[in-house]
Design a protein around this ligand. Structure first.
Ligand code: NAP
Ligand code: F7E
Length: 371
């Protein structure tokens, strides 16, 4: 039975990956940070009573900023595979906490690699490093002949997050070359799901779509509507992570859908799921979104109502304008074949957020506090 260790197990990717590995018969260990309030909602459904046997899912308190803790957990678990997904991953927030993000996302990666080396696990433990399309920075001149970013495109990070992750990328590659470690980077483009953190743009939009349609919110405030992202489904992307570690030779891979979409169009698609047509008027900070039509009798919103506005507080000091990834290598070499397209992703996210808002409304009516 293979043993996997996942850092960053509590949120989107970690929770889907844990499910995938448990399905494949792995024993899964996860690192979670101690928090003052509950932070395991996304993995509660797979958590086991630790008194049961066999226990094939176990959580360890830990933090990527603490080398002794990283070494101790790896020594205790003796993993066959480590998935380093732990990170302060919010690009905008990284401008506010640049030193912290360097410590967690950059040095945290080194701590894992070094722990595996110190513990003499080089020939046993394979390591997946969660690298990111933010490494490219969206520079037009660095795209390949297909107009996309691939494994050979130069990097130009545009945030403290991107700069920290570029260290994680190179130190992973360096340990592979220096010590013959099976250590790989997955350069993943944006991936989303109903489990996405609530402050990333897609989830913020689908949550607001549900709340506005159900009369619970008036207006959604967003930042740069002109940004373009290559969005896929996290469930598909964790499958790619696993495939990367099952290869004969350790290499780095781009995981992407190969299509890019404006934030503004994601808003349109999200509302369209509920039969609400949004029309944008104005430009820059004065751009606004209005309800143009509503064909769903369940979600009647007044025609002409303004539901989208721009708030410059969400702008970033330096922005990545456009990302689009070339998945040719992962499709041919890994045999990776995503099951979701963008409309399937939006459909699932909106449906789950509608259910959640309805449940919150019922709880509130019954006198309980909403989630
Ligand atoms: P996420 O929702 O931000 O989750 C990050 C995870 O890391 C959480 O479990 C968090 O724990 C944990 N974490 C944060 N600081 C930590 C620390 N100091 N020590 C240990 N754990 C810590 O990220 P995600 O979207 O699932 O992405 C997973 C990984 O892929 C991240 O490394 C991210 O940078 C990278 N990535 C994501 C995307 C994407 O589009 N989603 C694309 C490319 C790369 P708490 O619950 O305690 O906060
Ligand atoms: O922003 C724009 C924003 O925060 C996407 C992380 O998982 O993917 C993610 O980083 C775009 C940006 O994701 C709002 O300016 C407009 O252009 O959802 P996001 P991100 O910055 O692309 C990469 C691959 C990672 O590795 C990261 O860890 O949307 N945008 N209005 C907004 N963004 C947010 N968050 N909030 C807004 O109101």
């Amino acid at each position: 039975m293979k043993i996997a260790l996942i850092s960053g197990i509590t949120v989107q990717d970690g929770s889907y990956l844990a499910e995938l590995l448990l399905d494949k018969g792995y024993v899964v260990h996860g690192v979670k940070r101690r928090a003052s309030s509950f932070n395991t909602q996304r993995i509660d459904h797979i958590y086991q009573d630790q008194h049961q046997t066999p226990v094939n899912f176990k959580l360890h308190y830990g933090d990527l900023t603490d080398s002794t803790n990283v070494i101790r957990i790896i020594q205790e678990v003796q993993p066959d595979e480590i998935y380093n997904l732990g990170a302060m991953s919010h690009v905008k927030v990284s401008f506010d906490s640049p030193e912290y993000v360097a410590n967690v996302d950059g040095l945290g990666t080194l701590r894992i690699l070094e722990a595996v080396r110190i513990l003499g696990l080089i020939n046993k433990t394979r390591i997946y490093q969660a690298s990111t399309s933010e490494l490219y920075g969206g520079l037009a001149e660095n795209k390949n002949e297909k107009g996309m970013y691939d494994e050979n495109s130069p990097f130009y990070p545009r945030s403290p997050y991107g700069a920290a992750k570029i260290y994680g990328f190179w130190i992973t590659k360096n340990y592979r070359e220096a010590y013959d470690m099976f250590a790989c980077n997955g350069i993943l483009f944006n991936h989303e799901s109903p489990r996405r953190g609530e402050t990333f743009v897609t989830r913020k939009i689908t949550m607001a779509t549900a709340a506005i349609a159900l009369g619970h919110q008036d207006c959604l405030y967003l930042g740069n509507l002109d940004a373009q992202r290559d969005w896929g489904h996290a469930k598909d992307y964790v499958e790619a992570m696993w495939r990367i570690l099952q290869q004969d030779v350790p290499e780095d891979y781009v995981i992407a859908m190969g299509e890019t979409t404006y934030v503004r169009d994601f808003v349109r698609m999200s509302f369209a799921e509920l039969g609400i047509e949004i029309e944008f008027k104005g430009e820059g900070v004065n751009e606004k979104g209005y309800v143009k039509a509503c064909t769903n009798s369940l979600y009647q919103i007044e025609i002409g109502k303004q539901v989208i506005a721009v708030d410059p507080k969400y702008f970033r000091p330096t922005e990545v304008d456009l990302l689009i990834g070339d998945p040719t290598k992962s499709k041919t070499q890994l045999g990776w074949a995503p099951q979701y397209d963008l409309s399937g992703l939006v459909q699932e996210m909106v449906a789950m957020d509608v259910d959640r808002v309805k449940k919150d409304m019922m709880l509130k009516k019954a006198g309980f506090r909403a989630s």
